[in-house]
Ligand binder design. Sequence first.
Ligand SMILES: NC(=O)c1ccc[n+]([C@@H]2O[C@H](COP(=O)([O-])OP(=O)(O)OC[C@H]3O[C@@H](n4cnc5c(N)ncnc54)[C@H](O)[C@@H]3O)[C@@H](O)[C@H]2O)c1
Length: 437
Amino acid sequence: MKRPATIEPAKGKLAVLLPGLGAVATTFIAGVALARRNLAAPVGSLTQLATIRLGKRTERRSPKISDFVPLAQLDQLEFGAWDIFEDDALASAEHSHVLRPDHLEAVKDELRAIRPMRGVFYPEFVRRLHGTHVKRGSSKADMVAQLRQDIRTFMRERACDRAVAVWCGSTEVYTHANGVHASIVSFEEALAKSDPSITNSQMYAWALLKERVPFANGSPNLAVDFPAASELAREVRMPIAGKDFKTGQTLMKTIIAPGLKARMLGIHGWYSTNILGNRDGEVLDDPDSFRSKEVSKLSVLDNILQPQLHPELYGDLVHKVRIDYYPPRGDDKEGWDSIDLHGWLGYPMQMKINFLCRDSILAAPIVLDLVLFLDLARRAGLHGMQEWLSFYFKSPMHAPEVNAEHDLFIQHKKLKNTLRWVMGEEPLTHVGNEYYE
Ligand SMILES: NC(=O)c1ccc[n+]([C@@H]2O[C@H](COP(=O)([O-])OP(=O)(O)OC[C@H]3O[C@@H](n4cnc5c(N)ncnc54)[C@H](O)[C@@H]3O)[C@@H](O)[C@H]2O)c1
C-alpha cells in the first residue's frame, strides 16, 4: 500500500457505534465522559498518553501521539449502541459493577441518554442470553437492511460526519468460515436465504461496512475475519481490525513469553486459569462460546515461541487455558499462570503469576484507541485489514501468507512505525551506530 499523500482533517462529529452495550462498552463511554471533564485520567490509552520518538535520539523530539497525528478529539465523539436488552448505558453500567457510584453519578445524564437500538439476535449463537429487545425480520438480509437504516438515521439525527464501529457484544459459539463466506456474492446470496452459518456479529459488520463505517472486533467472533468481509472492506475502502481485545492474562502472556524467548529459556508447560463473574463469564460458561475464546487464547504462545525453530526449548510445550464462571467476583477477574521453564543445562524453574485485574478497565482504553486510530486510517485512505493494530488483539487478523505477530513489543514498534510512515517520518530501526562514528 502506498503512503497516504494527504490525511483528511478530523472535523465534525465522529459517531462511535457499538454493537453490545455491556461492561466494556459502558466503561469506555463513561471513561470518555469523565476524561472530557477532567474528572479522571484515560490511563492505558496510547492515543491520550503515549509519546512517539521522531528522528535521531540527539534531536530530542518526542511529541505526544495526539500532537503528532491528526486524531479526533474526545469531545467530537457521539455514542450509539445496539443491545438485546433495553437498559440504557447508565443501567447497564450499574449492572456491570465496574465503575464506582461516584464516577457514574458524575456522568449519569450522558449515560442515561444512550439508549440501545434493538439488536439483531439469533439466539443459537449466544445460548446463555435471552434477549428481549430484538429486531424482527423476514430474513438475515432484512436484518442487515434494518441495521443499515439504524446507522443512517443515527448519522442524520446526530449530524455526524463519519462513524467508526467496535464490536463490544458477547462472544458467540465457535464457528468456521465456509463457502458462504468466500466472496461478496456468495455472502449476499446466503443473507437472502438466511443461511444458518451467518452469525449475528457478521450481520452487523456487513451492515456497517456497507454504510462505509470502519469496524473493529473486540470479541473472538468471526465478525469480519472471513474472505468476503475483507473483499468488502477493500471494495468500500474501509479499514477493519480484530480480533478479541488483548487484556488480562493474554496481555501478560504476550509480555512475559517474548522475554523468556529472547533469553532462549525453555518452557515445558504453561497452565493458565481464570475466574470471572460478569456477563461475559456467564456467556463463556457455554462450552461452545468458550471454544471461540480458547482458540483465540491458545494461538498466542505457539506463535511467539516458534517451536518449529526451537524444538529443544518449546517442542514439548503443554499449554492449557481455563476460564471458570464464578459470580462473586463480578468484573474483578483473577488469573493464575503456572509456568514450568528450564534454563542452562536443562535445569527446571517455575514462575507463578497471580494477576488480579479488572477486565473492562483494561479493555476500555483499547476501545478508545481503536476508534481514534481506525478513524485516522480511514481519513488517510488505509483500507482492508490493519495489521498495525495487532497490538490491541489476542488473535490479530493478518494476510493469509504471513503468520500473526503476537509479541507485544514487535506489535508496539509496528504501531508506532506505521504512525511515523503515515506522517512521512522515518521509521525507527534502533540500529543507532551513527552515534559512535
Ligand atoms: N472485558 C475484557 O477485558 C474483554 C477482553 C477481550 C474480549 N472481550 C470481549 O468483549 C465483548 C464484550 O465484553 P463485556 O465484558 O462487555 O461483555 P458483556 O456481557 O458485559 O456485554 C456484552 C453485551 O453484548 C450484548 N449482546 C449480545 N449479543 C448481542 C447482539 N447480537 N446484538 C447486540 N448486543 C448483543 C449483551 O446483551 C451484553 O449487554 C465480549 O465478546 C468479550 O469476550 C472482553
